[in-house]
Every structure is written in C-alpha cells, then in structure tokens.
Design a protein around this ligand. Structure first.
Ligand code: SF4
Length: 362
C-alpha cells in the first residue's frame, strides 16, 4: 500500500522535478487543509481552496475571493495551479479528439477525448514517453523522459474539461495514454485519490480503468489500495516465448505470474478485468493463440479487447486480414468470453492505442 503523506511539512517537501512552487492540483482536499495549516491558516481554508479548484475550476489564486487577502498572497508565493496548456487539438473523423499538452517544463504529452454514445472517456498519460519498449508500440520507441506528477495527471482532466461544449462532461477515465501507470505508482495513486474524492472531482472508481503492461508487484499493491478502480492488462500474447519477444517486461514477470496476480485482484460486482490484445499478423493471431487464451483466462472474470494493429512506419508488424480477426474473436465468444474488437478511436490522427508519440516530435 502506498505510504500516505503524514504531515504538512512532508507534504511541502513533495519532490517536484519541473516546478519550484507547489502545484495545488497535486493534493486531495484533506491535504490542502494541511497546506493551509502550514501557512498559518485554519484547516477549513484548505476546504475552501478545494472548492475553488475542483468545483469551480479556478486557476487564479488571487481570485479566490472568500479567502483573506493576506492568505491569498502567502499562498500565491508558495503555490500555483499549474494546468497543462493545450497546445494543439486534432479532431478525428470518428469524433475523438487528440490533445497535445505542454507541461511546465516544456515537455509534451497527449490525452485523447473519446465520445461513445452517452459516454465521454478521457485517456490520460502518466509519463512523458515510456521505458517498456513493447515492440509494436510507437510510444515505446521514444523511451522514458520522466514521470508525471499527480497534478500533471489531474491537470489533463482540468484542461480537457475547459474545452467541452456546454452541458458535456467527462464520464469515464482510462489510464492508457503515454507511459505505464504502475511504474509511476505514487503519482498514479495520488491522482486517483484526487479524482475519486467526492469533495474534488468525485469520479466513481468504477468509471476509472488503470491499464498496465503487467507489473505484477504494482498490481498486487493496487489490489490493496482503498481506491477500487478497474484493471486492464496489456496481454498481447499467449506464450512466454512470444510475449518475451514483443514485450520485454515479460522477462521479469511471466504470463503465469501475471495471471496469478489478476486472480488475486478484487473485481467489483458486475465488473471484469479487461485484457487488451493487439492482433499482429502471423505473430499472435492464430487459432491456437485464441484457444490458449481461453485456457489462460479460466477462472478470471475477464473480457477481452482485441485491437487490430495500427500500423506505423518502421514497426515491422502488420494488421491481420479481417477474416482472421473475426475468426479469433469467434473462438473466444464460443468459449463464453466477452470479446470486442476495438477498432481504435483516433486512428487517423495518431491517437490510437500504441501511437502516442508524435506530440514530442512536433
Ligand atoms: S504498450 Fe504501453 S507499456 Fe508498452 S511501450 Fe507502449 S506505452 Fe509503454
């Protein structure tokens, strides 16, 4: 379980790599009370800050009019509300929208807004780049630049909310953008606390999915957190031989260990663990792979998302023909596994699964 921040002084020493002042978006309401206290104000001032930040979407501390002037001025000296700047918005034909966001130190990340009937899902990043080097993933080719802070993760939601049309709201969040959320564990958990806190964003944990490449130790820690979010696993292969080849992380955590951790993960009523499976032509798309997948998932409340590979130049992989994609799906469905083919949203704008890199080279 992640160690909670236990005192205001510790809180104010929170390690910021890119900012000299505190970013108030790093803290859930209770910790904002500690921030207020550390500046000599009563704790309830922290609750007022939380209302300004999360309910009213305020970013200007000096405009928080029910706080005493001297407190606002002291707070402004020590803290800021750093929201990533939307540098570019690229709409896709399918209605999704890629956002290129610039962080305080100039680094760029991406978020993707994906409408689907009555849902509006925001896909957020947790790192600048990614160090896991999955062979089929464009993001993986850039390596890891740095972790995001909690406020930079939460800030993607704040920034995206600002551009929504009147009456629209983000209903679901997926941690599936750039980076591996469980490799930036503390910031991921802190951001989940802020996003699910009823006095902050108030998202239901059931509407949040954290996706992992398969960091077994992280899954086990997440299982014991009091934020009960959904879990998605990037599986992508059914034998260790193939998975070692396309996902180097498998050399540290085998498929068997990974699925054992999934069996121990608490799955909420009516929820399932999602297994993402990118279909690569003649690599992992044979009927035998589908049958092996059925055997592997036995005993797990699972659903499978099949993702036909989104080609990118130099990848060395290809998308299987439609017939083989549908045959793979049929074998899973016949075995009673809920299976959808996810024709990635935002494919035409480079925002589809495994394609989030372009922003950093822009
Ligand atoms: S698939 Fe995920 S974990 Fe693998 S390289 Fe890409 S972003 Fe990183």
């Amino acid at each position: 379980m992640a160690r909670p921040i236990s005192s205001a002084s510790e809180l104010l020493c929170y390690p910021f790599s890119a900012m000299s002042r505190l970013n108030l978006l790093d803290y859930p309401p209770l910790e904002l009370e500690s921030v207020a206290e550390s500046l000599g104000a009563p704790r309830y001032r922290g609750r007022q800050i939380a209302t300004w930040l999360y309910a009213k979407g305020a970013t200007d501390i000096t405009a928080m009019s029910d706080l005493p002037r001297e407190f606002r001025s002291a707070l402004s000296e020590r803290a800021e509300v750093a929201v990533p700047e939307i540098e570019r918005r690229t709409p896709s034909q399918d209605g999704s929208q890629k956002l290129v966001l610039r962080l305080g130190d100039g680094a760029r990340i991406q978020s993707v807004l994906m409408p689907d009937e009555d849902r509006l899902t925001l896909c957020v990043s947790t790192q600048v780049g990614c160090g896991f080097g999955c062979a089929f993933c464009f993001t993986g080719t850039m390596g890891l630049e740095r972790n995001l802070t909690p406020g930079e993760i939460v800030g993607q939601v704040v920034a995206a909310r600002r551009i929504l049309p009147d009456g629209a709201r983000i209903t679901h969040l997926v941690y599936m953008g750039m980076g591996e959320p469980l490799a930036n564990y503390a910031a991921t958990i802190q951001s989940l606390r802020i996003l699910t806190d009823p006095k902050a964003f108030g998202f239901s944990p059931r509407r949040i999915t954290v996706s992992t490449v398969g960091l077994v130790s992280g899954i086990e820690r997440l299982a014991n957190e009091n934020v009960k979010v959904n879990l998605a696993i990037s599986l992508h292969a059914t034998s260790n031989q193939i998975r070692n080849r396309i996902m180097p992380v498998n050399k540290g955590f085998s498929i068997e260990e990974l699925l054992e951790a999934c069996r121990g993960f608490p799955v909420a009523f009516r929820q399932r663990i999602t297994f993402e499976y990118v279909l690569l032509d003649h690599v992992n798309d044979a009927a035998e792979d589908a049958r092996r997948l059925v055997r592997l998932l036995k005993g797990i409340r699972a659903k499978v998302n099949l993702i036909p590979f989104n080609d990118w130049e130099g990848s060395g992989f290809q998308r299987p023909p439609l017939q083989r994609i549908l045959a793979f799906q049929s074998l899973l469905l016949e075995a009673g596994i809920r299976t959808t083919v996810r024709w990635s949203k935002g494919e035409d704008i480079g925002a589809a699964c495994g394609q989030l890199k372009e922003a950093l080279t822009a």
